[in-house]
Structure formats: C-alpha cells, structure tokens
Write a protein that binds this ligand. Structure first.
Ligand code: G
Ligand code: G
Ligand code: MN
Length: 411
C-alpha cells in the first residue's frame, strides 16, 4: 500500500539546510504534502491553525523550544499522527526522547541520526504502510463491545496461533508460544492488542485464558497422537493468578486432555509481577509445586530487582525484543541483554531471546551463549496445521544456511 505517501508531513528543524535536504528526500520518496517549520514556535503555529499533519519529522535539539517541550505540546494538542525524531545527538539521548514520546502516547516510528541517509528515511517511513493510521482508518479496537467479545469467546471465534522457539546452540525445536487471535466474522484476523486489554478491563480474561488453554491442550493432544510432542507456553494475565483455583483447574484440564503438565509453561509479563507480589507468590508457588514451568515475559520492560526475582519460582527469563533485535550494533541494548542473561544464570533460569528478526541477531545470540531464540527470523506465529511443515523446513534450513557455526566459534 503506497497510500501513506499522500499523508501531510511537517518537518521541524532550525537548520534551513536540513529542512531543504529532508524536503527533497521526502519528495524523492513520493511524498507530496510537505510543510516545513524553522523552529518549534513556527511548527506550533501551524498546528494551532488546525492543520494537523499525519507525520512529523522533528529535530530534538533546537534553540528555543526543544524536542522534549515540543512533544509535550503535541500531547496537549492530542496529536494523532506519527513522529520521527531526527538529531545529531547520541543514540542514548535519542532513545530517551523516543521513550518519552512513547510513554506520553505519541506513536513514534523511530529516529534518524544526522546526516540522514535517504535509505534509512525510506525504510522508516515504509513502516507507515503497515500501521493503522488513526484518522484514515479508525482503530478497530474501540469498536468492540465487551459483550461481543464475550459471545466470541463462548462461540469459539478465538483461535490459537503458535510461534516456534529453537535452541540457539543446537537448533533443536524447543516448543511454541501460544498467541491468540480473534477470527472476527467481519474484520478477519484481529490481534490480541485489540482485545486482550478489553478482556482484562471487563472481567473476561479468565474465560479467555481458559478458552486458550482448552484449545492448546486439544492441539497438543492432536500433535501427540500424530507422533509430535510439543511444549506450549501460554500468556496469562494477573487476573488469572488472582483466582486461587487456577492451578487446580489447569492441572485438571491437562489430565482430562491426556497431556502432561510438563508440556505446559505459563508466561507472566514482568510489568504485572511486582505490583501484585503477594498474589503472585501464592499462585505461582502452587503452579511451581505442580511442576508447571513459569516464564517472566518481556523482561527488561518492568522494574523487578534481582532480590524480587529470586523470590519468585521462575524457570525462564524471556528477554524483551527491545534488547535483542539490533543488539549486535547497539551497545545499550547489549548491556541490558548481558545483564539480563547474567541474572538468569545466577538464578539458574533459562534465557529466551524474543524478537530475533534477522541473521545478525541470530549470530550475535550464538556468541552470547543464549539458550533459546524466538522471532520472525525463525518463524512467524502460525496456525497449528503449518507447524509440522515448518519443522521439516527448519531442520533443512539449519544445515543449508549453516546456522550453527558461530561466527567467532573454534570451527
Ligand atoms: O503476536 P502478538 O500480537 O500475538 O501478541 C501481542 C500481545 O498479546 C503479546 O504481549 C502477548 O503476550 C499477548 N497475548 C497473546 N496471546 C495471549 C493470550 O492468550 N492471553 C494473554 N493474556 N495475552 C496474550
Ligand atoms: O509480549 P509477548 O512477548 O508475549 O508477545 C510476543 C509478541 O511479539 C507477539 O506480538 C508476537 O507476534 C511478536 N513477535 C514475535 N516475534 C517477533 C519478532 O521477531 N519481531 C517483532 N517485532 N515482534 C515479534
Ligand atoms: Mn509472551
């Protein structure tokens, strides 16, 4: 879809030369509605005049109103479009401002370091085509009512997708993460970000989790009967752990399906752990006693300390994709990744790197001695039927692409 090139763009930079360069590059990329502003004040005047662009390229270091102040103003204006940060500042300074915009609810496409390379700009802006643009196509999320979701859960409209995980050192297939999708009769495949929060806010998440679990067990049994033993990791929410009967319900479901609880793992996102420590300790301890494996998900995005982590009976640490994809060329991400694997090793937890998107990520993980990898480089989430064929293909690929010869290894 090239429609995004019709979006109005505003470029803000105090250097006239940069404004011209960026205008030219945008023109080359096919953008037509380009406005420029030589200062934050001028940009705010344009915005206040009611002409809200869909995309802003912003220099974060300007003399009067700097990028941080400008972002604050964008939040006040309820700016619905996307933002690209442009600067000669260090990568850390840029990522701090990027995070700031992100937590303030502004959609940040990414950042560009000066001098801006045309390819980098083109690549970043191409991601616009795959995003939901607020004013062009209103987010589907807001259109779902809780009772529609409730009916959808009850009538079996939720389907499980499965994303494989593999051992980084041996290439062996380790299991799958279960990622639920809503097969909506009108909208097609709807992703969890558009309905999990809705379920969590409306008391539907326990029913949803049970549904996902039930479908998972059924599928594991089918694979098992066809000679394929698969371990599955299911994402659970805090409310699931609030139910003290959850461990027993889960164990019973496994037994009824003829699946071992050893083949099940639960993932809890780090952000939800610490604010709910008491409940978490209760239910997680019981799950652990039932030998159900537990993983901390999205590690690095919450604020758990080493001491807190050591109190919780986790078997696995899943390091968030922010510290994996591109880490080989990003010293900050590397530092966090290494610190995370150190914690995991000290606590005898296995490490899983999420968001392994390309060969560079994969090669780097091999050198880092990470245990397990998951990500688009290995496979995208897929329907159950596709798994056996993927497995076959993966085994061939490991050899064909020489995936196990670590670049700095002895051989
Ligand atoms: O691919 P993806 O868009 O599938 O998943 C987006 C988010 O939704 C992830 O954070 C993932 O943990 C979450 N998610 C996916 N499936 C489930 C589920 O069955 N239950 C819960 N609670 N979260 C899920
Ligand atoms: O929050 P959790 O880690 O459970 O969610 C996994 C999410 O990451 C899902 O939305 C899944 O589709 C997505 N995902 C899986 N592999 C990759 C990848 O290589 N890159 C990116 N950007 N996302 C991925
Ligand atoms: Mn997960």
């Amino acid at each position: 879809m090239e429609d995004y090139k019709a979006l109005p763009v505003l470029v803000v930079d105090d250097e006239p030369f940069i404004l011209n360069v960026l205008r030219h590059m945008l023109g080359q990329l096919g953008f037509e509605a380009i406005t420029t502003a030589g200062s934050g004040e001028e940009a705010l005047q344009i915005l206040n005049a009611g002409e809200l662009p869909q995309l802003i390229l912003l220099d974060i270091n300007m003399p009067s109103i700097d990028g941080v102040e400008f972002i604050r103003a964008l939040v006040t204006l309820g700016y619905p479009g996307s933002l690209v940060l442009v600067s000669g500042e260090s990568e850390r300074a840029l990522s701090a401002v990027m995070r700031l915009a992100d937590v303030r609810g502004i959609n940040v496409l990414g950042y560009l370091k000066k001098p801006v390379a045309p390819d980098a700009l083109g690549e970043l802006l191409a991601t616009l085509s795959t995003r939901t643009l607020p004013s062009l196509s209103p987010s589907k999320a807001s259109t779902y009512e809780p009772d529609i979701l409730q009916t959808a859960i009850a009538s079996g409209e939720l389907v499980n997708y499965f994303q494989p995980k593999v051992n980084v050192q041996t290439g062996a297939f380790e299991g799958v993460e279960v990622l639920v999708r809503w097969l909506h009769p009108r909208d097609g495949l709807v992703y969890p970000d558009d309905f999990i929060p809705l379920a969590e806010d409306n008391g539907l998440i326990q029913a949803l989790t049970m549904n996902v679990l039930c479908n998972t067990f059924r599928q594991l049994r089918l694979w098992q009967d066809s000679g394929l033993t698969v371990k599955a990791a299911i994402n659970i929410s805090m409310d699931d752990l609030n139910s003290l009967s959850f461990p027993d319900d889960l164990a019973k479901m496994a037994k009824d399906s003829g699946v071992s609880t050893h083949d099940i793992q639960l993932e809890v996102t780090e952000r939800q752990l610490i604010p709910n420590l008491a409940t978490v300790l209760d239910t997680l301890s019981r799950l652990h006693l039932k030998r159900i494996a537990l993983a901390v998900d999205d590690f690095g995005t919450g604020y758990s300390s080493l001491a807190q982590l050591s109190d919780l009976p986790f078997d696995q640490l899943k390091i968030d994709k922010r510290f994996v994809h591109g880490a080989s060329g990003n010293p900050t991400a590397q530092a966090i990744f290494i610190a995370s694997t150190d914690i995991a090793n000290q606590l005898a937890m296995e490490t899983v790197a999420e968001g392994v998107e390309d060969r560079a990520d994969w090669d780097w993980l091999q050198q880092m001695g990470c245990d397990v990898a998951q990500g688009y480089f290995i496979a995208r989430p897929m329907p159950a039927e596709a798994l056996p064929e993927w497995l076959e293909h993966w085994r061939q690929r490991v050899h064909a692409e020489d995936l196990l010869s670590s670049p700095t290894g002895p051989d």
